[in-house]
Design a protein around this ligand. Structure first.
Ligand code: T1G
Length: 688
């Protein structure tokens, strides 16, 4: 056959094996021989049944995403599935690892699906700004019903083999040698005889669908989509499957897919897919990793507790250290409470909770960290305190232990330079809540050893984090750019914009919330303490804090929060305060447009990103996009600030920044040379 598709005839049952590492994507060089093999087997009288299986670690994980945006080479997936459904003898998909996107659609082209107990099945296209384009929106509802199909396709979240079995998506779940089970299953089916109904002719899943309930659910999902086109298109495509004849619904799916695949949103989300994988690649990819079995966390506060949970959830034994028993018990109590919440939500079993808690050991004695392979400090954000902790670690930690700081701002080179083993020191900047947020900024200090870095990049993957390696500067990549994005916030308020006006520009842009809502959620006192420590001021935010308005936690911040309310109401007191401060500064209020707000917040964000690339604090522009999409809620439909700059028009950004620089003289607006270069070349690469 070909390198990527082989066929073996096992006493009348043909096994078609796809072998296209690493994830058996349905690239053209797979599709063509696959189509040929299936046509031959359809017409081969010696074959009574066909099993489709995959070599390697997974069943087909989808269409080949790298082929999108290029002319489609025939046969495409739809043609293969349509041909599959013409085969009268039983066809069985044998699913191990993941059957995702086009992989599940290929399996839905078969009469039967059997799965390994550990398999996961899903249609995650929506996460790429797409919808299932190989018939999944029309076939899946016919098997699992409208409600389940809608949930699976709009969320894009895969389900396990047992759930798929309960839903009727797979016909049997096996442990052990899956292909042998599949061959026996196929042989038995063939012995019993047909006819075998292709999914396209099945309506068992559709039954009496309550369209009104379906539409209500779809409308709710559309509201949550925050401007993303794909979730809405997914719901529409599933609705078509319920209301249109099969072929009409299939044609409608094709039209929706063609529109989405050419959209900026999907290009942005596909960019982020590959950017996340690129970010985890270090120069010298075979650098040996240090063994890591036991992790120590110093500080059982919100960050320390969350970090400890992230490692326990990743299967590690964790020693949690505090200065004394009381804060230690409080920290362990918070961890137990968090797990109890997960159990009550059904995302964790009572058993798993017990297992997780058994992985924790509390201590107030540094000596108990002596056998840890990685120790992360999450203590008070003060240089002297950090150095004190690292001094103790230098004395007790075993040779080769990696010593990490969770600082958000402080100079890690200075911390490393304060002990005898700077090569073992690096930053692991988690985002709160650390057991939930995906992003991990891994900070490479000047003397961090390559194997220490490689070890923590691999660890990040094992605890389900999206890792980005960055250099040392104030605020690293994320917080440094956040400061640039917020540098004009006060000026915009003094000149006439309101907190809710600015926040609306951000939510319209696609952000979950704007800077003032975010400030109130995180607590305005954090920024206040940070500014005071650095001798900086923000006249409005400082005044609010002096009045005890720290945000949601005090019921008042930039907004007013009624008891228990998460959404704040504009507060005339704050607007009056802003007007007073403006008058004091002799600033006359004026109308400020949404464009101006974008120009004075997001253009400096991009500009700071360019400076960070120039300074090699970030290796790739796409790394910056991964930081912002996973740590700061940058709308995924815009691909991150650096990708978005390409959509927005770098020449326009440079021109507007220039304008604001001339008008204000502020450095944050001075276009970075690399940004100007991007405007000429369209690339963020420093050299051609
Ligand atoms: N196409 C091309 N390359 C892919 C790929 C794909 N579908 N999936 C993974 N890769 C590459 C990836 O870039 C990386 O490359 C390597 O494989 C290992 O991946 C018509 C429209 C399967 C759960 O969305 O979710 O089908 O960096 O590091 O952590 O309806 O990969 O090594 O050079 O992620 O073990 C729908 C995407 C496609 C699933 C494995 N399918 N993949 O995770 O490995 S659209 C998806 C994943 C579609 C049809 C439509 C994960 C994984 P490199 P990895 P992993």
């Amino acid at each position: 056959m070909s390198n990527s598709v082989s066929v073996v005839n096992e006493n009348g049952v043909a096994i078609v094996t796809i072998d296209n590492p690493p994830v058996n994507a349905l690239s053209f060089h797979v599709r063509e021989p696959l189509m040929q093999a299936l046509v031959d087997l359809r017409d081969d009288a010696s074959v009574s049944a066909i099993v489709i299986a995959c070599a390697g670690r997974t069943f087909v994980a989808g269409a080949d995403i790298t082929e999108f945006g290029k002319p489609v080479q025939q046969p495409d997936l739809r043609a293969i599935v349509a041909m599959l459904e013409t085969i009268a003898k039983p066809t069985v998909a044998a699913i191990h690892g993941t059957a995702l996107g086009g992989g599940l659609e290929l399996a839905l082209g078969c009469h039967f699906r059997v799965a390994d107990a550990g398999a996961r099945l899903g249609l995650p296209e929506v996460k790429l700004g797409l919808l299932p384009g190989g018939g999944g929106t029309v076939r899946l509802p016919r098997v699992v019903g409208a409600a389940k199909a809608l949930k699976m396709i709009v969320s894009g979240t895969p389900i396990g083999a047992n759930e798929a079995h309960e839903a009727g998506l797979v016909d049997a779940v096996f442990e052990g040698d899956l292909v042998t089970h599949a061959v026996n299953f196929a042989r038995e089916i063939a012995r019993k005889g047909g006819p075998f109904t292709p999914v396209r002719d099945r309506n068992d899943g559709l039954g009496e669908t309550d369209l009104a309930a379906f539409d209500a659910e779809a409308a709710d999902l559309a509201r949550k989509a925050r401007g993303l086109e794909a979730p809405v298109a997914c719901a529409q495509a599933v609705r078509n499957a319920l209301t249109l004849p099969f072929d009409e619904a299939l044609a409608a799916e094709r039209a929706l897919f063609a529109k989405l695949v050419a959209s900026d949103q999907s290009r942005a989300q596909r960019h982020l897919f590959f950017a996340e994988r690129e970010a985890a690649k270090l120069p010298g990819k075979d650098t040996p990793k240090r063994r890591t079995a036991r992790v120590g966390v110093i500080g059982a506060g919100t960050m320390g507790g969350g970090i400890a949970m992230a490692f326990a959830n990743g299967g590690f034994s964790v020693t949690l250290l505090e200065t004394s028993a009381e804060p230690l018990q409080r920290g362990l109590g918070m961890i137990e409470k968090n797990y109890a919440v997960s159990v009550s939500r059904g995302s964790l079993t009572e058993d798993a909770k017990r297992q997780r808690l058994a992985q924790f050991e509390g201590s107030t004695d540094y000596a108990d960290l002596a056998d840890c392979d990685l120790i992360i400090e999450a203590v008070f954000e003060d240089m002297a305190v950090k150095k004190q902790v690292f001094g103790k670690l230098d004395a007790i930690a075993k040779p080769g232990a990696i010593l990490a700081t969770n600082t958000s701002y402080l100079d890690i080179n200075e911390i490393a330079g304060s002990i005898s083993r700077p090569q073992d020191v690096l930053g692991l900047h988690f985002f709160s809540p650390a057991n939930v947020m995906k992003l991990l900024e891994i900070v490479r200090a000047d003397r961090t050893a390559p194997d220490a870095l490689a070890t923590v990049v691999d660890l990040a993957r094992r605890i389900g984090k999206v890792a980005v390696v960055v250099g040392v500067c104030h605020g690293f990549v994320g917080n440094r750019m956040l400061a640039a994005r917020g540098s004009e916030s006060e000026a915009l308020l003094l000149e006439g914009a309101t907190p809710s006006q600015i926040d609306k520009v951000f939510t319209d842009f696609g952000w979950p919330m704007g800077p003032f809502q975010m400030g109130d959620l995180a607590g305005l006192d954090i920024g206040w303490r940070n500014r005071k420590a650095r001798g900086l001021t923000a006249v409005i935010a400082d005044t609010l804090c002096e009045l005890g308005r720290f945000g949601q936690k005090t019921g008042r911040g930039f907004y007013l929060y009624e008891a228990g309310a998460r959404a704040g109401l504009p507060d005339p007191e704050v607007e009056a305060l802003i007007r007073d401060k403006a008058a004091e500064k002799g600033v006359a209020p004026r109308a400020i447009s949404a464009e101006e707000i974008i120009e004075r917040t997001l253009y400096p964000l991009v500009n700071e990103g360019a400076k960070i690339l120039e300074e090699k604090i970030a290796v790739r522009a796409s790394d910056i996009d991964v930081v912002w999409a996973n740590g700061y809620g940058f709308p995924i439909g815009k691909g991150g600030p650096m990708f978005w700059a390409g959509l927005e028009g770098p020449a326009k950004i440079v021109e507007r920044l220039d304008q604001w620089h001339q008008r204000t003289g502020k450095d944050v607006f001075k276009p970075a040379p690399l940004l100007k270069r991007m405007a000429e070349t369209g690339s963020w690469k420093a050299e051609a």
